[in-house]
Design a protein around this ligand. Structure first.
Ligand code: FAD
Length: 370
């Protein structure tokens, strides 16, 4: 008999398993249909002995001290500042767009102040930004939108930015400084021995039993349990009663090169050429020393593993119907990116799991992680 049956061993399920077992002495069964823990953050050593991220590059960054302190119990960290270049007009330039991006691209010598005026001159007046295109064109003008964003979004989403919700691009950072860091969060670091090792330590507790390669549907009736935490797809839980929630998928192609380092940055975006969107060189992220290096190419796909909820108003309406079913299902708690049909970063999911733990146990928030 388990107190909790937790579906999904990603961040949402694993943090709750750890807290309920170690923090509250509950007996937990954590199961995942994949044959590994870690969810999408899973990393492993490939045939050449290089540490790679199986589901695309995962860079940890957060402004939450609570989240960082919590995870620090299970891993040491390697300080890491992420940087991305974009291949545009035959040059590799920093993205987010900054002072150097514009000066390289147009062969100018603008100052930060002049760059503000440069953007202001080009920005189009848009009264109500409804779509992604409106947001970007309203900020930096049509030419930069065409060079950096339009084709990238078309590949990524299979939709033109004029068909995508404004929320996809509300946070597009454009800088007038020379700061070329991809993120500006207070805490930016990678788990020193990788994500999977961190999950192993998190789940190493006598009250946690982990079952891998098992779908919840196969065992829900045969394993006695009290309550459920469900981090899988919400539409699947309700047998797609109202139809499937649309997702965009990715195919990851790994390629090992016979050189210690291959490209000049951790990630190179290819907005305009090639069918893939970006190429990541894992060694920059992991800090591993090795005579070879592995690259991962991301090809957006319509079919496959569900990665990105497609941000269209009708999909939100459909999700709300499933959300109402979830609210009327006692004893089952829905959490995580698939169960709430939202894109979240890892730190946001950890924060949500800690919050749910506080709610389930009635403990004040600051006592939940000790
Ligand atoms: P998941 O990690 O997806 O875990 C859910 C688990 O549930 C899965 O392992 C699945 O197999 C299992 N499951 C589902 N249904 C069932 C079932 N019926 N039975 C059993 N098991 C089931 N975040 C960042 O902070 N930084 C990044 O750089 C970053 N990069 C990303 C890159 C890509 C390409 C993608 C797609 C996401 C990225 N993210 C990043 C987001 C990050 O992956 C998520 O925040 C995180 O995975 C969410 O954790 P989760 O537990 O909600 O979901």
């Amino acid at each position: 008999m388990f107190d909790w049956l937790i579906v999904g061993a990603g961040f949402a399920g694993s943090v709750l398993a750890e807290r309920l077992a170690r923090g509250s002495g509950k007996r937990v069964l954590l199961l995942d249909k994949r044959r590994h823990i870690g969810g999408n953050a899973y990393d492993h050593y490939d045939d050449e002995g290089l540490l790679v991220h199986a589901y695309g590059p995962h860079v940890f960054h957060t402004n939450s001290k609570e989240v960082f302190d919590y995870l620090s119990q299970f891993t040491a960290w390697r300080p890491y500042q992420h940087r991305v270049l974009a291949s545009v007009d035959g040059q590799l330039v920093p993205i987010p767009i900054n002072l150097d991006t514009i000066n390289y691209l147009y062969n100018l010598r603008l100052t930060s102040l002049e760059l503000e005026a440069f953007f202001a001159e080009r920005a189009e007046r848009i009264a109500h930004a409804r779509t992604s295109e409106d947001v970007i064109v309203g900020k930096i003008g049509r030419e930069l939108y065409e060079k950096f964003f339009r084709n990238y979004a078309r590949k990524q989403w299979g939709l033109d930015p004029s068909e995508l919700d404004a929320s996809v691009t509300t946070h597009i950072p454009v800088r007038t400084s020379r700061d070329d860091r991809y993120f500006t969060d207070t805490y930016q670091a990678m788990p020193l021995r990788g994500y999977t090792r961190m999950f192993e330590r998190m789940l190493d507790h006598p009250n946690i039993k982990v079952m891998l390669g098992v779908d919840f549907r196969e065992v829900e009736r045969s394993i006695p349990h009290d309550q459920v935490i469900y981090t899988g797809s919400i539409d699947a839980y309700f047998d797609h009663r109202y139809g499937p929630l649309p997702y965009r998928s990715l195919e990851f192609r790994f390629e090992t090169k016979n050189a210690p380092i291959f490209q000049p940055a951790p990630v190179v975006n290819h907005p305009n050429e090639h069918p893939y969107t970006r190429v990541t060189e894992c060694k920059y992220l992991t800090g591993q020393e090795h005579p070879k290096t592995t690259l991962v190419y991301e090809y957006p796909r319509a079919e496959g593993e569900p990665y990105y909820p497609i941000p269209r108003p009708e999909n939100v309406v459909l999700y709300r119907k499933y959300e109402a079913l979830a609210a009327a299902t006692p004893g089952v708690h829905f959490i995580g990116r698939l169960a709430t049909y939202r894109y979240y970063n890892m730190d946001q999911v950890v924060a949500q799991a800690l919050k749910l733990y506080a709610k389930l146990t009635g403990l004040p928030r600051k006592q939940t992680t000790l």
